[in-house]
Design a protein around this ligand. Sequence first.
Ligand SMILES: Cc1ncc(C[n+]2csc(CCOP(=O)(O)OP(=O)(O)O)c2C)c(N)n1
Length: 274
Amino acid sequence: MDNKYTILELTDIAKEIRKDILLSISEAGSGHTGGSLGLADVFTSLYFNILNHNPQNPNYNNRDRLILSIGHVAPVLYAALANAGYFSKSELLSLRKLGTRLQGHPGKNHNLPGIELSSGSLGQGLSISVGLALSAKSDKKKWKVYTILGDGELQEGSIWEAAMSAAHYKLNNLIALVDRNHVQIDGQTNKVMDIEPLAEKWKAFGWNVLNCNGNNIAEIIDTYKIANSEKTKPTVIIAETVMGKGVPEIEGNYLWHGKAPSKEQAKLFINSLR
Ligand SMILES: Cc1ncc(C[n+]2csc(CCOP(=O)(O)OP(=O)(O)O)c2C)c(N)n1
């Protein structure tokens, strides 16, 4: 995509996405607020700067593929897609309602434009990304695969099988980002099942490892640009984020992993968005 937005404009878009996350989840009465808010800056950077995509022609062959492995943060994906113009923003209020295209986890068979993968069962997205990246390479295509992983999700063994094969096949067209918010459904990752030393693990599996502040849009964009220049290895970006980022009342609190604000709370949270 063209560099048509300034960092200030992207910051405003991220705020709008956070607002839409809070409105859609509070309307639904259930959903994953914390991780969705924490990833708003990453999704803004991807859909409004990094990805080659076209909301008017969502399935064109040479588009980059955004693979959301942690399907539970669907609200941030839906809000980013709607703000990018894939579908009307009013549809965001149908989140999790019976029979709608915006189910609690993304489903390809619901025909929502921009959805590349049905996900929600943790640990599968990286293997699928490896398959996609391999097929792009063997077809000599230029498109890339951008995968979003959770830090708690990395406790799934299947992630590491995929990591091993991505390096083996030299998939430099695969860029994964780990949402390193240090929490998961039951508490802090280092208490539930420690994943450190994380950068060393990915390096040992043959990956190019980059770090960034996942709530700083300028840094996220710069880091993806560096990742895009890698010639031989898959890249992982370990993005430090804050669960619930933007809403001071819930920042860093794992209890907001899967909790919805009431409509009254959502109004207060939207007013306090920063
Ligand atoms: C295979 C599988 N096991 C368990 C779950 C239930 N689950 C959904 S999200 C989640 C926690 C994931 O942690 P993390 O990746 O850190 O996401 P965050 O809490 O930061 O949103 C769990 C255990 C699932 N969706 N899939």
